[in-house]
Design a protein around this ligand. Structure first.
Ligand code: CA
Length: 232
């Protein structure tokens, strides 16, 4: 039995949507497609096995950020990639702060989009079948590597797959200075096409979730001009 990995594509522009869909199918994915936010939610209800959602930002009935927020609130595990238009620089940051894992800027090549989807899926599947299924404890935090959950002083903190991979990297390397490139390579993969800034944005979001005071972080500290360090 082949396990087809299902991707949702939400894009109102028919030519871009069919371009994306054809290329994902060619890369071996099963694809469901939506033109509007409402259709996307309908498909997500129907297909509970969707692993990655690719969301356009400008939509007729809503915007991609709102769709992203709602999907993320319901499902911390699903991978989310935003499609942003080239001039909308701010889209990137806002998109990631609403819970997206990655973004692709239009125009993009099929290889680039497929590489991003592959990287997201690799991240969420990488621990399957590993004997390491224990609990990592660090200060007030308890990371369960079997079900990929995080607790702080016994209270569950909802994290995305990317945030899980980042915090696991930190907890595996306490007190060690990690460069932004180290983080990018470990979390997004060596073949990542994007910018190193994506690591900063995801860490900023993680801080909001785990730090007592995100403006004065104690657990993930910044090493100016280099990267970050985990300390508890
Ligand atoms: Ca659009």
């Amino acid at each position: 039995m082949t396990l087809l990995r299902k991707i949702l594509v939400l894009e109102d522009e028919a030519s871009i949507r069919s371009f994306v869909v054809i290329n994902l199918k060619r890369a071996g994915y099963e694809v469901v497609e939506a033109e509007t936010g409402a259709e996307a939610f309908e498909l997500l209800r129907k297909h509970t096995d969707i692993k990655v959602a690719i969301l356009d930002i400008m939509l007729p009935d809503t915007d991609g950020f709102e769709v992203c927020r709602k999907i993320r609130a319901a499902d911390p595990q699903i991978g989310i990639i935003m499609l942003s238009a080239k001039t909308q620089e701010m889209d990137k940051v806002t998109g990631l702060m609403t819970g997206a894992d990655d973004y692709v800027t239009k125009p993009f090549s099929p290889a680039e989009l497929t590489a991003r989807v592959d990287a997201l899926l690799r991240r969420s599947e990488v621990t399957f079948g590993q004997p390491d299924n224990g609990i990592i404890v660090s200060g007030p935090f308890k990371l369960n590597t079997r079900n990929r959950t995080l607790e702080k002083q016994g209270t569950r903190i909802k994290i995305t797959q990317v945030e899980y991979t980042i915090i696991k990297m930190f907890m595996d390397n306490p007190g060690k200075a990690l460069s932004r490139e180290d983080i990018l390579n470990t979390v997004w993969g060596r073949d990542y096409f994007g910018e190193v800034k994506i690591a900063d944005v995801n860490i900023r979001r993680l801080r909001i979730k785990i730090e007592d005071d995100p403006t004065n972080p104690q657990f993930i500290t910044t090493l100016w001009g280099f990267g970050y360090k985990w300390g508890v």
